[in-house]
Design a protein around this ligand. Sequence first.
Ligand SMILES: *Cc1c(COP(=O)(O)O)cnc(C)c1O
Length: 387
Amino acid sequence: MGNINQPTITSSGILRPTYVEVNLDQLTANLRAIQAQVAPAKVMVILKANAYGHGLVAVAQHMVRVGADYLGVAFLEEGILLREAGITAPILVLGGILGNQVPQFLAHDLTLTASSVEKLQQIDAAARSTGRDARIHLKIDTGMERIGVHYYSASPLLEAALRCEHCQVEGIYSHFANSDAADSTYARLQLARFNQVLDFYQQRGLPPPMRHMANSGAILQLPESYFDMVRAGILLYGIYPSGETARTVAVRPGLAWKSQVVYFKVVQPGHPVSYGSTWQSDRMTRVVTIPAGYGDGYFRSLSNKAEVLIRGRRYPVIGRVCMDQLMVNIGWETAYNGDEVVLLGQSGDEQITCEALANWAGTIPYEVLTNINTRVPRVYLGGAGTA
Ligand SMILES: *Cc1c(COP(=O)(O)O)cnc(C)c1O
């Protein structure tokens, strides 16, 4: 396997007929809409999980070009890939860290999340021995129980951070568990707990480090949580975090997943289609085969549930989705080898949304996007240098 961000293009430059198309200009428009909503707060652009399936390096380079203030990834390795691609913007690694990773963070100038006194001491010690100061953000757990020091026992971490000699404490943050829910009770409780922790600085007459808490749900529903910066993930990619979240910022999806008809046939009644023989027709019908499957991240649970678009019309996926192929019933309508097939996105007046795919598959839009794997090449439209 090569660089995880490289599209699957053969040495002769041939692209697979199944690909993801990313409209960079739409991502810019989404960023601008978020910036307008949260200003003067800054926006951290969240790029974890291959930029929610959109392609880590390409999206990062574009976002930096159009003025992203800060980048956020989940893992050290994602941060290193960005540095190796020449990106010099500040990058916060949001996930938990292991002591032996700290020198790598420092070598690549990645901002660390310090989520306990012990982790802070490991960071300080590694920074002392490598002679490079660490840039850190303190992580407060206000009700997620994932990583971070509990809000009710945060003071020792904040104290230790003040005494830390080889760390620059640049930020302090927390994370919402339920900010996309219609009922904001729990989000408001978490926000109150974070504010309580921040009183530490006021009581000492100290300016707090950069404070951030809001993810997409809170950007949409909880302006009180914007602080100095927000962390925009799914909203930047034009998807609302849940069906019940208020849509106070207008964004549109920037990703489409397309393929082509690779085979056409007429299927007789009583002749089942695909593994397990789970679907058959009671009349003669036309069936086309598409070269995409669960091995690309098109969930097997979409079998006999999803629809695709061909020539602006909706058709059902029939039988089991295979690893590399799936079949579609076009009834007695027309399709030819080479016709475009839209798995996710728009064709004519019809659209397959990320939410629809998620509902059919029994999951959430986040998983639909991040599941489109790296076997599927990413093709970029718009952005700098193109008309
Ligand atoms: C993923 C993540 C985000 C972004 O979440 P969205 O719901 O996609 O906006 C923000 N902060 C942290 C810590 C995250 O892990």
